[in-house]
Design a protein around this ligand. Structure first.
Ligand SMILES: Nc1ncnc2c1ncn2[C@@H]1O[C@H](COP(=O)(O)OP(=O)(O)OP(=O)(O)O)[C@@H](O)[C@H]1O
Ligand SMILES: [Mg+2]
Length: 361
């Protein structure tokens, strides 16, 4: 029976170790030897801590002391061990206390699972997902480029033929205008794509959000007028300046205001407000437009998600907003009810973009 038990212990698909209360290794099974690359003679009788890199040592010693004091053990402690080649191997261990016949702490049994293959798989999945969204992005770009490019080449060819045969007349001016329209659309697309993929070009500076809102609104003036919209500004007078990339915030305001206007075909009310909330500021853009159906809420921020007619919306506006807000370590909330309107709330921390924090601390 003893042999049978030993063979189970040796060949179980888990790292099994037993130490005394001073962490001296008493049992070290085959699987542990295989994962770590150290032979039994190198580990048995040694302090277990020698296998643990310095930054994880506390975790292990605290856990062992807790067990010896009779406290319940953590469910699954993740630590690293150093293998023979000096590489870190991530293991999740379950620890248990063994007592002697008097009921005193005798030894600690550690049963561990190597997480490295699992983590590798996780990374591969994340990578694959990134590639998939890159593929989607590329397909979207190609689609968006194709329409205006087709009209440009069709009309250019038409004008060229007419020029060659000497029959071009003033009615053909429409065709040239179409060519220009196509070129403008491509220009807007490329600009949007650049702000989507590279939103962080400038340094953050202390920014007055109210002033950014006023400027954003004035940039959208012609859209606001076109849709016959009444604007209310409710800007907090005690708003502290926040560390931010000004032009990016401007872009956020413009994109949100544009969307709101487009959601109010027959006119409506646009309310842009700012507010201080502890160490955040709140920017809210609310409209009395068509609203967003629940089923669209989770796709809203995806690049190229649009419900607008081809040529009217690319679906990049909100994905740019999301990128910028994320870069500023902020948060976005959307509230909407069908037929009544939509409110986008953006919370921005006063501290600004994460990776610039130190410079301004
Ligand atoms: N305020 C709003 N009210 C109703 N629907 C909205 C509002 N804002 C966004 N949406 C919906 O979200 C979709 C995506 O918006 P987004 O700004 O990303 O793209 P778009 O406006 O369609 O195109 P683009 O901004 O690139 O010109 C819109 O097509 C629309 O369906
Ligand atoms: Mg938009």
């Amino acid at each position: 029976l003893k042999e049978y038990m030993e063979s189970i212990l040796e060949h179980a698909n888990a790292l099994i170790m037993v130490t005394d209360t001073n962490r001296q290794v008493l049992v070290y099974n085959e699987t542990a030897a295989r994962v770590l690359g150290f032979g039994k003679q190198e580990v048995l009788g040694q302090d277990l801590i020698r296998l643990v890199p310095p930054e994880d040592r506390d975790l292990l010693t605290t856990e062992i002391s807790r067990l010896i004091e009779g406290k319940p053990s953590e469910a699954g402690m993740e630590i690293h061990l150093r293998n023979r080649e000096g590489q870190l191997v991530q293991i999740v261990f379950h620890l248990a206390l063994l007592k002697d016949h008097r009921g005193d702490a005798d030894s600690i049994i550690l049963v561990g699972q190597d997480l490295t293959p699992l983590r590798r798989l996780e990374r591969q999945i994340i990578e694959a997902e990134k590639m998939a969204s890159l593929g989607k992005l590329a397909a979207g770009i190609v689609h968006e480029l194709n329409n205006p490019l087709t009209s440009i080449s069709v009309y250019a060819e038409y004008v060229l033929k007419k020029l060659e045969s000497g029959s071009l007349d003033s009615k053909d001016i429409e065709k040239v205008r179409k060519i220009l329209e196509g070129a403008n659309r491509i220009q807007k697309l490329t600009r949007d794509l650049v702000s989507y993929s590279r939103p962080a070009e400038e340094e953050p500076e202390l920014t007055d959000l109210n002033e950014v809102v006023r400027q954003g609104i004035s940039f959208c003036e012609h859209t606001i007028r076109k849709y016959d919209i009444v604007t209310n500004l409710e800007l907090a007078s005690d708003l502290p300046p926040l560390l931010a990339i000004r032009n990016q915030l401007l872009q956020v305001v413009i994109n949100l205001v544009t969307n709101s206007c487009q959601a109010m075909e027959g006119g409506g009310e646009l309310t842009v407000s700012t507010e201080r909330r502890n160490d955040h500021v709140l920017l809210q853009v609310a409209d009395t437009g068509v609203g967003i159906p629940d089923s669209h809420l989770n796709k809203l921020f995806e690049p190229f998600f649009t419900t607008k007619k081809s040529g009217q919306g690319t679906g990049l506006g909100l994905s740019i907003v999301a990128r910028i807000v994320e870069h500023h370590r902020g948060r976005i909330e959307v509230e909407s009810s069908s037929g009544e309107g939509t409110a986008f709330s953006i919370m921005l921390p006063l501290g600004g973009p994460g990776n610039h924090e130190k410079k301004y601390a």
